[in-house]
Ligand binder design. Sequence first.
Ligand SMILES: [Mn+2]
Length: 373
Amino acid sequence: MEQTTCSAIALEFAILNLKNKIEGESSIGYSTAELCMARKKQNHGCHVAARTSAKERLERFWAVFEKEDEVLICINADPDALACSMAIKRLLRYRVKSVTIAHPNEIRRLNNVAMVDRLKIPLERLGSVKVSEFSKKVLVDSQPKHLPVFERIAFDAIIDHHPLKCGYEVPFVDIRPQYGACSTMLVEYLRAANMKPSAALATALFYAIKVDTQDFSKHSVLADGISFRYLFNVANRNLVKKFELTDLRRSELKYFNVALNKLRYSKGRYYSHLGSVRSPDILVNIADFLNHVDKIDWVLVSGTHKGKLVVIFRCDGYRKSAGKLAERIFGAVGSAGGHKEAARAEVPLENLELGDKEFTTLALKRLATRHMK
Ligand SMILES: [Mn+2]
């Protein structure tokens, strides 16, 4: 919440300064179009709305559909794609006979499951619908080249923000890679259509922009900030917080007990080996949790999964490198690496030459201490 408010305020300044400039020219993001036009000259055959306003893009998008159409929206389900599909469904309401959203991937990430459940987003698995029974197909937040299943579908419209991959003949294409989130583009479509998003739609789009721009710490453009600010008052930010927080299964809570029971502290460092775990993801949750503790410089949490020792490293990343430490300790016997503040190692248990001894928190501590000052 605090973070949201901060970014919103910072953005508001930027937006106020540039508001007039932007409102003067209602189209943002030509560079893709120009890039694509250049590629078109190289016979790549790619149509993009070049130098068009949001209103013109909307009209051209709408022109693809007819009243009797049964529309299939294909997505590779992540928050941005989910939000975009909801927005397209809204854009096409009363304009077509039906709209179905389908995704080929299983939604496993709990944050995404929470989003789908709580916003009641109606979804089908792509494998269980008959693509040929739909008269129009739309691809959003992805391009045909991203997935073989998408490549086999003849799309009528593509809206995306990933790097442009030409080479398909599609009646309507709007690809703007400079945008931080595809949802930003869809907010522009909704605004051009004078459609005020419902709380559920606004919440989805707001969350999507947050996720894809990593709270504006990753690449984004002013347009992302404008859409974000536009959604700010409509979106339910408590619900967004809930999506962000949801990353634990009830069945995983018991591992916290184990982790705290096995915890060892030494010289500002926490070590804990959990033994066998059902998924290594829980090691990440526990390492992140221990990293909340004051005056702790390093957190090393390990567990075994499918014949491998998995070790999660956390530190502040200031004059320390978790990635380098992970490599020094485990690089010779397994795969290890990561960033300054977070790293991971995976080692086949046989490489640890444990004999008939069990790996323990003490063994983890000894291994690590050898490579730490
Ligand atoms: Mn995206």
